[in-house]
Ligand binder design. Structure first.
Ligand code: ACM
Length: 678
């Protein structure tokens, strides 16, 4: 690993000295080694492909590659002869085809050489070739004479073999075409596991032929047919992505007990949960042999449907109260010398492991399953904090990290980006123990997502997490990440993701008849509240429309980040005239906006819901401008003015409509740097 770190940083230096392409290429994840060469390859003509050794997935991948390059550039490659002899060659060679079922251990590396005559892409297996094509797409850029690829040599190998995205389809169902879009996005940033959370209190989302009551009574009609599952598995495989199914037991299982009430530890709900639900409903009864019979039937059926070697059994957040208060469960525990609910769940997990193993799978579960009795063949999915990742690895369990990658919590890309799997306790592991850390998964829980806003929740932040899983640990420059993320975000839109397009229409719906520029000036400074604050004030409810500002606005505001960075720059270096000028323009816009927007507020319910922010933003703008004047002129502000500035910041910190003003840090920086008369 040390080697890669050195190579990665020297690649960045080599890049900086390249004279051909001024900007850093928008590669994400950043490759293991990147050596810029002189010159470039013009994309005026379509590339003529000469492929050998790869499996059939490559042929389709080349079709997608051409379509994507056409979308990104607007060049009409599909109108031009592809096979003309004087076209530059894209030579692709795989040393071997991929495995029939993609494995965690499969070699995904590739090498790429681009010069003015053509492209050479080589890989040990088809997987590397698929990744290499994505890299070429990210390299395509405007050059002075047209679209081109920079001359470059790249060697690229992922740091972790398990690079995932978990999507909950239980709390809000996600139609197949949406999952396909997310898979396209995943492939673009070299993620390789889609973990689908298929059952929870709110829904059982796959057709079972062995136990059809599960989807009949547990899904409200929203589930994937087995044909659709086969379709999505195949769609993912063609893009180098494994699908790991999760069926969460024994807790989070109301969708099972609606269909089979006799299997619950207490009287269960008669219909699936349509609100938060966690811990409110009884788990499956681990003392009931019929539970294992049903799990054997259904898991056997699902194991055949999902070819991946791994099978996720959930295991999180089991409420012990139902087991503690049940006479027959207590009697069972006494008879089997089980001290507490954890011991009972451990016994349940051992029975599950036998079932999952019998059906040819490795079992994986959330970190609650990590107890001394857990057999070592089980894999541990760390979510409550990174400690369980290190403990699991130390004890010899394979493990992956999702703590720090919960993208439903509305944190900025930078926060997730800097979560390093091999830090904290995990940094002290031996190399042998470290090998048990296979990677991680971004996790998108679905209380507050619909097909309309899901892409905006998942993208582009997941691309930054993908870089954490793929690239060297030393690749962690936040400014570079954001500069590349912005362009990757555009690439994802050309690929068909709708994180920007759908947001545009949701914001248009909210703006109504008010001028968009005025509404945007305000809404661009707002962000959804963070962590679990939304659920604490307004509990999730499946009937609640997700059409509010909080549903439309991005988890992080680019405009706010830019303003906050500019202000920090000015505070640190008041002589930076360019930063001062740019910042002044922004602050003036904020200060003037309220007066112009007010006439539209009264008639619009959505605007009224954020009306309180409008004067607060104007006051922040005014305070920021006075602080900036003082910083520029060196003339101190009075103590009373300083107090007024602090009051404007305080007023800017109030949350409304589950939103916050994300630009108060900008004014905080300026007011912190202003001189005050003594
Ligand atoms: C979880 O977030 N309950 C795994």
């Amino acid at each position: 690993m040390r080697n890669w770190q050195v190579l990665a940083s020297s690649a960045l230096i080599a890049l900086a000295s390249s004279t051909v392409f001024a900007a850093q290429p928008a590669l994400m994840p950043w490759p293991t080694t990147y050596t810029a060469k002189d010159g470039s390859l013009s994309l005026d003509k379509p590339l003529r492909v000469d492929a050998s050794g790869c499996d059939a997935r490559l042929t389709k991948a080349i079709d997608r590659f051409r379509a994507q390059l056409t979308a990104q550039t607007g060049n009409l490659y599909n109108h031009q002869p592809v096979e003309a002899k004087d076209n530059p060659v894209l030579a692709i060679h795989c040393a071997a085809a991929g495995l029939p079922v993609q494995a965690v251990t499969e070699d995904e590396s590739y090498g790429l050489a681009i010069d003015p005559a053509g492209v050479k892409l080589t890989a040990p297996t088809t997987l590397g070739a698929l990744h290499g094509l994505q890299t070429i797409l990210q390299l395509a850029t405007w050059a002075p004479k047209g679209w081109a690829l920079p001359a470059v040599e790249i060697q690229d190998t992922p740091r972790f073999p398990w690079r995932g995205l978990m999507i909950d389809v239980s709390r809000h169902f996600m139609p197949l075409d949406q999952l396909q879009r997310e898979i396209d996005g995943m492939a673009a940033v070299k993620l390789n596991v889609l973990h689908i959370h298929l059952s929870d209190d709110q829904g059982f989302r796959v057709e079972s032929k062995k136990a059809p009551k599960l989807q009949q009574l547990g899904s409200e009609g929203m589930y994937y047919t087995q044909d659709q599952i086969r379709e999505i598995v195949s769609y993912a495989r063609e893009r180098g992505i494994r699908i790991v199914p999760e069926f969460d037991v024994p807790g989070h299982s109301t969708s099972w007990t609606v269909a089979y009430p006799e299997l619950a530890s207490d009287t269960p709900a008669t219909r699936v949960v349509r609100n938060q639900g966690d811990r409110q409903q009884p788990p499956l009864d681990p003392t009931n042999e019929k539970v294992y019979k049903l799990l054997d039937d259904v898991f056997g059926e699902m194991a055949a449907l999902f070819p991946d070697a791994y099978f996720h059994i959930g295991g999180d957040e089991v409420d012990p109260k139902y087991w503690d208060k049940s006479e027959h469960i207590q009697a069972f525990m006494k008879a089997h010398n089980l001290k507490n609910a954890d011991a009972l769940q451990a016994l349940f997990n051992q029975r599950l492991l036998a079932i999952v193993t019998k059906h040819g799978k490795h079992m994986i579960g959330w970190d609650e399953i990590l107890v001394p009795e857990l057999p070592k063949e089980t894999m541990v999915h760390s979510w409550r904090g990174p400690k369980s990742l290190a403990v699991a690895a130390k004890e010899g369990f394979n493990t992956i990290l999702s703590a720090g990658y919960y993208i439903d919590l509305m944190q900025p890309a930078s926060q997730h980006y800097l979560v390093e799997p091999l830090s904290g306790d995990a940094a002290d592991l031996t190399p042998e123990q470290t090998k048990h850390i296979l990677g991680g998964e971004a996790a998108q829980w679905a209380e507050y997502i619909t097909p309309e806003n899901a892409d905006n929740r998942i993208w582009p932040r997941t691309a930054a997490i993908a870089e954490r899983f793929w690239s060297a640990a030393s690749v962690r420059d936040v400014d570079s990440m954001y500069a590349r993320l912005d362009r990757v975000s555009t690439e994802l839109e050309f690929l068909g993701l709708k994180h920007r397009a759908n947001q545009e229409r949701m914001l248009a719906r909210l703006a109504g008849s008010a001028p968009r520029d005025l509404v945007s000036t305000l809404s661009n400074t707002l962000e959804p509240v963070k962590e679990y604050e939304r659920g604490e004030t307004h509990e999730f409810d499946a009937d609640m429309p997700l059409n509010q500002w909080i549903d439309a606005l991005s988890p992080e505001s680019d405009a706010a980040r830019i303003a906050n960075n500019l202000a920090a720059k000015v505070a640190a270096n008041p002589s930076d005239a360019e930063a001062r000028r740019d910042l002044r323009r922004i602050l003036e816009l904020w200060r003037e906006n309220d007066l112009r927007l007010q006439p539209y507020m009264a008639d619009s319910w959505p605007l009224q819901s954020i009306a309180g922010f409008s004067p607060a933003l104007s006051q922040l703008g005014a305070a920021g401008l006075q602080a900036l004047d003082s910083i520029e002129s060196g003339i101190p502000v009075s103590a009373a003015e300083h107090q007024a500035h602090l009051a404007a910041i305080k007023a800017g910190e109030v949350h409304r409509a589950q939103l916050l003003l994300a630009v108060t840090p900008a004014v905080q920086s300026l007011v912190g740097a202003e001189k005050v008369t003594q």
